[in-house]
Design a binder for this molecule. Structure first.
Ligand SMILES: Nc1nc2c(c(=O)[nH]1)N[C@H]1C(S)=C(S)[C@@H](COP(=O)(O)OP(=O)(O)OC[C@H]3O[C@@H](n4cnc5c(=O)[nH]c(N)nc54)[C@H](O)[C@@H]3O)O[C@H]1N2
Ligand SMILES: Nc1nc2c(c(=O)[nH]1)N[C@H]1C(S)=C(S)[C@@H](COP(=O)(O)OP(=O)(O)OC[C@H]3O[C@@H](n4cnc5c(=O)[nH]c(N)nc54)[C@H](O)[C@@H]3O)O[C@H]1N2
Ligand code: SF4
Ligand SMILES: [Mo]
Length: 601
């Protein structure tokens, strides 16, 4: 009889699918139909994961293959130097990735703070709700209207699609994405304006007396102040600036009026310095409509998957912001599960910084831009070759990830940590089983599924904050260097005499064929045919941070004043800025406009 084992996909994705492996026929695998989120279908990326040709098989030091023991001796030596940094990416979302925190604590090393991904939005959510709880899938299933707001759901969160069936769909996105094509209404907005959209919508809700007074009195009593705040925003000038009009705003409101409504908000709205204000404004709109703590309603964003857990890998160390890490200040840098030489903003700066590190250690699965720069390369085990636990930022289910094959390639994060504890004479590391049990024991079991301790069927039904006894805090401030509300009028006046803006917003969403910089890479820039360029011709994009050439791909789904370069495209981050969001220490990949120039051949 064949032996089936359940495990889960560790790729950085909302879905966290459960996988059934028949050991005898591995690497043939299938999805688990019983998984409420993954519903039995696995995506093609997982196949790419198993068969990726760039897998690193042997450790090396300065380009020369060595044994794992020699390589780890070199790591131990490098960790004795005064300044060392661990920069961890999100190549594998298993919780055991963080066991290396315990090593950094012992050697008095530095870790990172903030994120390349979702931390700006997360900060905005915390400002309003106190904690970032995930809206459970059951509630999305019960909605009547779903507003897909800056999330490319068919590409990045495909398993959400069955939950959207039969619902009214509104999409707010500068690109006519697949979901926008199928939607009841698509508002193709100017990028970076979602704060204004949310505030304007809230203002109109108050104007037509559509706010949920009963809910507001009980859970968000400062709503009158918020109404006043929305009134400080001038309607006509703002609507013009964000690329919409009263008619469009009215249509969006029509789909929400009196309907159980869910906002599916993605990373796209918050890749800006102002990203936290955007989520805070969107939440404030949701509160105005009374969408929290009710069946079939809520805001679903990238959730805080570790919320509610006692995390054995939480340590107190020095931290530097991840998105602008000053690598050259360290003697030793370990890059684990990431590819900062390609994934971080401002590639020119990052490369210069990484090249200046005395001991750059790359601990990962594949060859990439970062492994190419590393002095010491340590191959990792993939998630079929080690034990782990998968939490999700998209739903409440927790999966045990099982070792399903023995492999003589690489080392697991736990064994890496244990070996270095030994080599450095450190004490206090518990067994791998003890940590795994510590995580699993904190989960609730319900109908054969493990749920995170933070799970609430109807989040915020009793109130906000960690204990659920606080009020919702509305946004009451917006600080934007680019155009703030007070300077808005002046900006409008000046713009009449200004030369026409010939730059384009650079959007860098995810691609279907890759998981960030893993798997298939791209070399194209997508732009609207009206830009006048030709399919396949070479163009140079430049920003104040750098430049890079791409091949033109004409695509009329892109808003004419935007270009799209997906984030798996080689060199896209030469163009992006080394800045942090105002709140949350997040990268701001889209806080940039680019010029386009034809490359003469
Ligand atoms: N296939 C695949 N799936 C993935 C990933 C992958 O690389 N490949 N990566 C995973 C990771 S790490 C993450 S963080 C998630 C992110 O997944 P999503 O949350 O979907 O984020 P993005 O793909 O970055 O962008 C989403 C949408 O935002 C739109 N957008 C851009 N700027 C704006 C704006 O200013 N306003 C509005 N309203 N919309 C805007 C874009 O056009 C795009 O359609 O996906 C995960 N899933
Ligand atoms: N321009 C632009 N850039 C972006 C974004 C954007 O929107 N625009 N999005 C950002 C976002 S949301 C994210 S999340 C980041 C992601 O950026 P990173 O976190 O740097 O992720 P990847 O580039 O995919 O690199 C993952 C690497 O992890 C390694 N790996 C995989 N599994 C394991 C494992 O089990 N153990 C170990 N040790 N290593 C493993 C693989 O070798 C792989 O090359 O990119 C960001 N970059
Ligand atoms: S990458 Fe996402 S959708 Fe694909 S199998 Fe993994 S969790 Fe599921
Ligand atoms: Mo991400």
């Amino acid at each position: 009889m064949s032996e089936c084992i359940h495990t889960a996909c560790g790729l950085d994705c909302y879905d966290a699918c459960r996988i059934v492996v028949d050991k005898k026929i591995f690497p043939k695998i299938k999805g688990d139909k019983a998984h409420p989120a993954g519903n039995g279908a696995l995506c093609a990326l997982l196949n790419k994961y198993i068969h990726e040709e760039a897998r690193i098989e042997k450790p090396r030091i300065n380009g020369k293959e060595v044994s794992m023991d020699e390589a780890l001796d070199a790591v131990a030596k490098a960790l004795k130097l005064p300044e060392k940094l661990l920069w961890r990416g999100s190549g594998n979302l298993g919780v055991m990735q963080e066991v290396t925190n315990l090593l950094m604590e012992k050697v008095e090393g530095t870790l990172t703070s903030g994120s390349l991904c979702d931390a700006a939005g997360h900060a905005g959510i915390e400002a309003g709700r106190g904690v970032n709880r995930t809206l459970p899938l059951e509630q999305i299933a019960k909605a009547e209207t779903v507003v897909v707001w800056g999330r490319n759901v068919t590409v990045t969160n495909a398993h959400m699609m069955p939950f959207l069936e039969g619902k009214k769909i509104v999409v707010i996105d500068p690109v006519k994405t697949e979901i926008a094509k199928r939607a009841d209404f698509h508002m193709q907005v100017e990028p970076r304006m979602d704060y204004y959209i949310a505030i304007m919508l809230a203002r109109f809700v108050f104007m037509e007396d559509g706010q949920d007074d009963t809910w507001l009195e009980e859970f968000a009593p400062e709503f009158e102040d918020f109404y006043d705040y929305t009134r400080e925003h001038r309607i006509k000038a703002i609507l013009e600036h964000i690329g919409t009009d009263l008619g469009e705003m009215g249509t969006v409101l029509e789909y929400m009026r009196g309907k159980r409504t869910v906002f599916l908000v993605g990373a796209g709205v918050q890749k800006y310095a102002t990203g936290s204000y955007t989520l805070h404004a969107i939440d404030s709109l949701a509160a105005t409509l009374g969408l929290f703590g009710k069946e079939g309603c809520g805001v679903h964003y990238l959730g805080d998957s570790k919320l509610g857990f006692d995390n054995p890998f939480e340590v107190k160390t020095k931290r530097v912001p991840k998105a602008v890490a000053p690598f050259s200040k360290f003697n030793t840098v370990i890059v684990q599960g990431g590819n900062p030489a390609a994934s971080m903003p401002d590639r020119n700066r990052v490369i210069e910084e990484l090249e200046a590190v005395e001991n750059l250690i790359y601990f990962g699965l594949y060859e990439n831009e970062t492994s190419a720069l590393a002095d010491i390369v340590i191959p990792a085990k993939n998630f079929f070759e080690k034990e782990d636990i998968r939490l999700s930022y998209g739903h409440q289910y927790v999966e045990r990830m099982r070792k399903v094959v023995e492999s003589n390639i690489g080392i697991s994060e736990y064994d890496f940590t244990a070996t270095l504890f030994e080599k450095l004479g450190l004490e206090g590391l518990k067994s791998e089983e003890a940590y795994l049990a510590h995580w699993m024991d904190q989960c609730e079991e319900e109908e054969g599924h493990h749920l995170t301790p933070a799970y609430r069927l109807c989040p915020y039904d009793e109130g906000f904050g960690e204990e659920g006894d606080e009020e919702f805090e509305f946004i009451d401030d917006y600080d934007d260097d680019f155009i703030d509300t007070k300077r808005f009028r002046k900006y409008r006046k000046q713009s009449k005499n200004k030369p026409k803006d010939t730059t384009f917003w650079l959007l860098s969403p995810k691609s279907a064929k890759s998981l960030n910089t893993q798997f298939v890479r791209d070399n194209r820039v997508q732009m609207h045919p009206d830009t006048g360029y030709e399919e396949g011709e070479e163009v140079k994009l430049s920003s104040e941070y750098g430049e890079q050439t791409f091949l033109v791909h004409l695509n009329d789904t892109v808003r004419p004043n935007c270009v799209v370069v997906t984030n798996n495209t080689v060199g896209v981050n030469y163009l992006t800025p080394s800045i942090l969001s105002d709140e949350g220490e997040n990268a701001c990949y889209q806080e940039v406009k680019v010029s386009i120039e034809k490359v003469e051949t």
